[in-house]
Design a protein around this ligand. Sequence first.
Ligand code: SF4
Length: 116
Amino acid sequence: MSELKIIDNATCTFCGCVCDDIQLHHDEVRIHKANKACVLGTAWFLNHTAERHYPDALVDGQEATLDEAIEVAAELLHQADMPLVYGMSNTTCEAQKECVALADALGGLLDSHTSL
Ligand code: SF4
């Protein structure tokens, strides 16, 4: 392994505490060490890479275009009695804002993984 590069004061967005003093040791593809991160943050940083593992969209586990996936998602949400917009870890503030708007438009529920 080549010498690792260091990023100081990285921000962890995993749980919502938004710790912003994390020191990351990386090799351009994978983070190998996340100093000052808790066990959750460390797992989050160390399990994400710059490699591309999935296509842009999946429908029933099969590769789909983004338009196809949106169509299927809209149909499922339209049919739902009590839609739940859930998750939002690993997402940007802009994406979270869209989730809130979606839950509002659906008259559904909104929850994050922190309720676990
Ligand atoms: S998961 Fe841990 S390191 Fe990340 S923001 Fe939360 S408390 Fe901080």
